[in-house]
Design a protein around this ligand. Structure first.
Ligand SMILES: [Zn+2]
Length: 365
């Protein structure tokens, strides 16, 4: 298995286009033509994890957090990032990161937490907008199926997680006049023609536009294909956090104990709820999720489970919602299994291992 086969798959299965602007996902270190023998999965690519890879002959590390996150001007080994870069290159170990793109996809990091605590009907808490486009193309009837198929095969027509091959077709009449030099599919040079056409409309993620237009050009019979591409501000099917419902209401203290057990945390920092209210609706976000508190409140969550809340953030709960800060590492621990499953989905025979190193830098006394 060559590295590019794995990285190309990961780049599209967890689209790089879904990462936040500040992020640095994808292949960070490695020669794409290198043969990969064995993969090691971790949250943080620390020096200890790298040593584990060297010892056990894993030559690809897939991490959640990108070890190279900011611009680097010197690699002298003065901090762990530079040490990891030096060592990875020295021992021919590739490093790949899937971070906020894995947070943002449907079924991503926060869905893992939702599954762990058994939330029903999990939905994305804050869907992203401005990621979708609509294509309208005018097509002679006998070619509609061919064009539709090409568009669908390129990723157009997917609506949400559970529907694909979606399109809308309306009928009409197109007019045209081929000028000198044209080689028209139908009609004659210098003569205005009318032709029965269908307007085919599909939506797609904007990042797929080059691929979809390429498929359109190669499936449509016209010399000049008439189409309109429009960016839309509709909510997409990816974004931050997850909200869902417990199968049974619980009191706060019982729910604390339940989350502590399910998420395997040593400590939960939390805020109280007014009037000893019962808990039914729960919002979650893996990693630093305090920016979603307002969304959790607006979606009537009783509890918001995440990490990295500051002292003053806790006041913002106003006792209308209970904040559970379960710790960053703890909230993302199960992400390693998610990455494992994603790799195995495509490469069932590839040797893939989870790290045995606990990379949590925070200890509790
Ligand atoms: Zn994180």
């Amino acid at each position: 298995m060559k590295l590019f086969e794995i990285s190309n798959y990961l780049d599209t299965r967890v689209p790089l286009a879904f990462q936040e602007e500040y992020d640095n996902c994808g292949l960070l270190i490695g020669n794409k033509d290198e043969k990969i023998n064995s993969v090691l999965i971790c949250l943080d690519c620390t020096e200890e994890v790298l040593d584990e890879a060297i010892k056990n002959k894993h030559n690809l590390i897939i991490a959640h957090h990108p070890v190279i996150f900011q611009g680097i001007k010197k690699i002298t080994g003065k901090n762990y990032v530079e040490k990891v870069i030096q060592k990875a290159i020295k021992y021919d170990i590739a490093i790949y990161a899937m971070h906020t793109n894995l947070d943002n996809i449907y079924g991503g990091v926060s869905f893992q937490i939702a599954n762990k605590i058994g939330l029903e009907n999990p939905q994305i808490l804050k869907p992203k907008t401005n990621l979708l486009s609509k294509l309208s193309v005018y097509c002679p009837k006998p070619f509609v199926d061919k064009v539709k198929k090409a568009l669908f095969n390129s990723g157009a027509g997917r609506v949400g997680e559970f529907y694909d091959r979606c399109s809308f077709i309306s009928k009409g009449l197109g007019s045209f006049r081929p000028l000198g030099g044209a080689t028209p599919f139908s009609g004659n040079i210098g003569k205005e023609s009318l032709v029965e056409e269908d307007k085919v409309e599909v939506i797609f993620y904007s990042y797929l536009k080059p691929k979809i237009l390429f498929a359109l050009e190669h499936s449509h019979p016209y010399e000049e294909v008439a189409y309109i591409c429009t960016e839309m501000d509709n909510s997409s099917f990816c974004g931050s956090g997850v909200i869902g419902d417990l199968t049974k209401e619980m009191r706060l203290v019982k729910f604390l104990a339940y989350v502590k057990k399910q998420m395997n945390t040593a400590v939960i920092r939390y805020t109280n709820l007014k009037d000893n209210a019962k808990i039914k609706r729960v919002a979650v976000c893996g990693g630093s999720g305090s920016f979603l508190l307002e969304d959790a409140l607006q979606n009537d969550a009783d509890v918001f489970i995440s990490s990295d809340f500051k002292y003053h953030d806790f006041f913002d709960s106003n006792n209308e919602i209970s904040i559970f800060d379960i710790g960053h590492y703890e909230s993302e621990y199960f992400t390693q299994q998610l990455i494992f499953d994603i790799v195995k989905e495509k490469f069932s025979k590839l040797a893939v291992h989870l790290t045995t190193v606990c990379t949590n830098p925070i200890l509790y006394y």
